[in-house]
Design a protein around this ligand. Structure first.
Ligand SMILES: NC(=O)c1ccc[n+]([C@@H]2O[C@H](COP(=O)([O-])OP(=O)(O)OC[C@H]3O[C@@H](n4cnc5c(N)ncnc54)[C@H](OP(=O)(O)O)[C@@H]3O)[C@@H](O)[C@H]2O)c1
Length: 302
């Protein structure tokens, strides 16, 4: 199966590329940087100037759209927020306009989104896929991004939206940011520590995407989160236990994080439970249901 991945050079994209290759599929990338000689060819697109190398779409059955400016890099200034939103909306519109002109269209669009779609809820609230979007910045980004993805239905494509939680990966992302201070004995839970972290092991993330690619009757939004909910304090403690370091410091007060990170502090200070039921009922079997098992595997690979 030919699969085109946008944003495939990123943390999740690279994991997914290797996963799909190991399953005998043929991924190729659509990137801001061309490299046609790479083992997995990287075709170029220029989102601003609305240009796409059409060779990238030849015989492609599935598009997995992950591209977008990283939400956890840099303070959320007005300019950065514009980039976070526009990189997702403009790229999805460019894909739409390009595919609309194709005689042989792909059958499926799998588009990234995030559990941030549900917004800032009470810690004990559990979100499932039929819930309305929240009102904060990230929720609005997800809502608009998903709305752009939904337009592909007009072109006859099957649409799947990946409401991904925090992907745990030993080689980068949130886990590295949490584990690093713990290694140097300056780690601590953030804020009250009672906020939930809707997490998923990267292998389950890839497995779930593969499942959603193959099960052609499935469509709509799916939460990509593990079944076991853990709070920030529980996750911090589990990481410390797994790397055998003590937690010596009290919780980092919320106001300190708000001062350092500004509005972006909501990513780490807020969080509630997110249901994995729909994904499980669709037939996906998690390899890592518990955070302790996931962390043991991820950190022992380090
Ligand atoms: N990692 C997580 O825990 C997580 C959780 C929830 C949702 N997600 C979503 O899943 C997607 C993939 O996540 P990731 O962690 O792999 O992201 P990432 O490492 O930041 O990679 C995203 C990729 O998007 C492209 N990109 C970056 N800035 C861009 C811009 N301004 N305009 C257009 N393209 C740009 C880049 O590819 P090129 O340089 O090749 O163009 C980059 O490699 C993202 O949309 C993210 O929001 C991730």
């Amino acid at each position: 199966m030919n699969i085109l991945i946008t944003g495939g050079t990123g943390l999740l994209g690279q994991r997914l590329v290797n996963y799909l290759l190991s399953k005998g599929m043929s991924p190729r990338l659509l990137s801001r940087r061309e490299d046609l000689n790479a083992t997995v060819p990287q075709f170029e697109w220029d989102i601003k100037n609305k240009k796409v190398d059409l060779n990238s779409l030849e015989n492609v059955e599935v598009i997995i759209h992950l591209a977008g400016a990283n939400v956890a890099e840099g303070r959320w200034t007005k300019r950065r927020k514009k980039e976070i939103l526009e990189s997702r909306i403009d790229s999805t519109q460019l894909l739409y306009d390009t595919i609309a002109k194709l005689e042989h269209k792909p059958t499926t669009l799998i588009c990234a989104s995030a559990t941030g779609f549900y917004g800032l809820q009470n810690f004990d609230h559990t979100s499932s896929e039929d819930e309305k979007p929240g009102l904060d910045f990230l929720a609005q980004v997800c809502e608009q991004w998903e709305a752009e993805a939904d337009r592909f239905k007009d072109l006859g494509l099957r649409i799947v939206k990946l409401r991904t939680g925090v992907v745990l990966d030993g080689s980068g992302g949130a886990l590295q940011k949490m584990a690093q201070p713990i290694k140097y004995l300056i780690g601590a839970p953030l804020g009250s520590g009672k906020q939930y972290v809707p997490w998923i092991h990267w292998k389950d993330w890839c497995g779930a995407v593969d499942h959603l690619v193959k099960e052609r009757a499935l469509s709509g939004a799916f939460n990509l989160v593990a079944p076991q909910a853990v709070t920030n304090a529980q996750l911090t403690r589990l990481i410390a236990e797994t790397i055998r370091k003590p937690l010596l410091l009290p919780n980092v007060p919320a106001f300190v994080l708000q001062l350092i990170l500004g509005e972006m502090s909501s990513i780490v200070l807020r969080g509630h439970k997110v249901s994995s039921e729909k994904l499980e009922e669709s037939g996906y079997r998690f390899e890592y249901k518990s955070a302790s098992r996931a962390l043991f595997e991820l950190i022992s690979q380090d």
